[in-house]
Design a protein around this ligand. Structure first.
Ligand code: PLP
Length: 399
């Protein structure tokens, strides 16, 4: 895998252009903090243009630290321009607010990240922006849903919690045929598993958004989002809204991300391998009806994953056998010791959340049993297997 620098991201994120201060030649970028940026004279004040990054104008519009992070995320994504936001959800909101106006319609996958759907249902609805859900596993369903008022289609791969991997190239094609902009929530792929701007058959999304909170951070200690494009006009449209709303990120958080990026590819590969081992172990257990991991043969969307990806995130779900009640599955989750109960993923600690999928979807829930999602951290795999085993035995006995 290569990007515009001609290198694999593992290499490109380490050997990335950076100009240290004179006489202090180090590869590690500095933390620059300021609201005010001083101009030497009025001519300089007038000459600097924040829109083109021709110089620094005000802390909110960027510092050397945030510009460096923007450039590295653009490199990671195979994009040309990146904007930073205070969370992944704020990045979704920026795309919606920049591209949609009263009377427009937005299409969202039914299995998308839940808070993005809540944003449409509540905030966007207040501005007269309507939305509909489509079945991401059926490009025909998207083609059918696109109407004369549709201006934006969100994509997500794989789907949230149920982990179906869609045919991204086909979905992008259906939107492009009708001249509709596509935005991908690329948090799971993180720029490592596949290239959002170079999909099978040469398809490309218009916008790739990430919760940097997850993989790029990897520490469970930063909230941040990014919006990346390859089109200057689209970037500027997003940037104007970004600037008018006043979205900014803290320099210390930006530096934490810069420090974490060089290990991104290694962390991604390690969590991928551990998650596949655990998913396969669970698939052999009689308590489990189905394992939902896009890279495991037989899982929903496996063929799409295979055609699109070279890796998978350390995240998967299982469907418990339908004979078990929600209370029994909760008892299993409560019996886990290393897996902690909590949202988010890609950090050092393995996490677990039980979901009532029926309540999360507009279309009928695809699975009868209770769904539990696991995010694999950096603990030793044998210890995680032992933890799953003791919790299964404690909740369900020796079935
Ligand atoms: C976590 C997440 C988000 C939101 O990111 P935050 O930084 O927590 O707001 C958006 N999309 C996906 C797929 C996520 O997993």
């Amino acid at each position: 895998m290569t990007n515009d620098s001609g290198h694999d991201p593992a290499t490109a994120l380490i050997h990335h252009a950076y100009q240290p201060p004179a006489g202090f030649t180090a590869m590690q970028p500095a933390i620059h903090k300021a609201s005010t940026v001083i101009f030497p004279d009025t001519a300089a004040l007038r000459a600097r243009n924040w829109k083109e990054k021709s110089g620094y104008t005000y802390g909110l519009h960027g510092t050397p630290t945030t510009f460096t992070l923007e450039e590295r995320i653009a490199t990671l994504e195979g994009g040309l321009q990146t904007l930073l936001l205070p969370s992944g959800l704020a990045a979704i909101a920026l795309v919606d607010l920049a591209l949609l106006a009263s009377g427009d319609e937005l299409l969202i996958p039914d299995n998308a990240y839940g808070p993005g759907k809540e944003l449409a249902r509540n905030e966007l609805a207040k501005f007269g922006i309507t939305h509909r859900f489509y079945d991401a596993m059926n490009a025909g369903s998207l083609a059918q849903a696109i109407g004369p008022r549709t201006r934006l289609v969100w994509l997500e791969a794989p789907g949230s919690v149920t982990m179906e991997f869609p045919d991204l190239a086909a979905l992008v094609g259906a939107a492009r045929d009708r001249g509709v902009t596509t935005a991908l929530d690329n948090t799971w792929g993180a720029g490592i598993a596949f290239d959002a701007f170079d999909l099978p058959g040469g398809a490309a999304v218009d916008i790739s958004m990430q919760a940097l909170t997850k993989y790029p951070s990897g520490g469970g200690d930063v909230l941040m989002g990014s919006v990346t494009t390859r089109d200057e006009a689209l970037h500027l449209k997003l940037k104007f809204t970004h600037m008018r709303i006043g979205f900014g990120v803290g320099a210390n958080d930006a530096e934490t991300l810069l420090r974490a990026l060089p290990t991104l590819a290694l962390r991604y590969a390690a969590q991928d391998q551990a998650a596949r081992t655990l998913a396969e172990w669970l698939s052999q257990r009689s308590e489990i009806g189905r394992v939902l991991h896009p890279a495991i043969p037989g899982a929903p969307g496996f063929a799409n994953w295979q055609a699109t990806c070279r890796a998978a995130a350390g995240l998967f779900s299982v469907v418990f056998d339908a004979r078990f009640t929600g209370e029994q599955v909760d008892a299993f989750v409560d019996a886990l010791r290393l897996f902690r109960i909590g949202y988010s993923w890609a950090g050092p600690v393995s996490l677990v959340v039980p979901y009532r999928v029926q309540e999360m979807r507009s279309q009928p829930a695809p699975y009868a049993g209770i769904v539990v999602r696991f995010s694999i951290g950096f603990e030793a795999v044998e210890d995680l297997i032992a933890d799953l085993q003791q919790a299964l035995e404690s909740a369900f006995g020796g079935i």
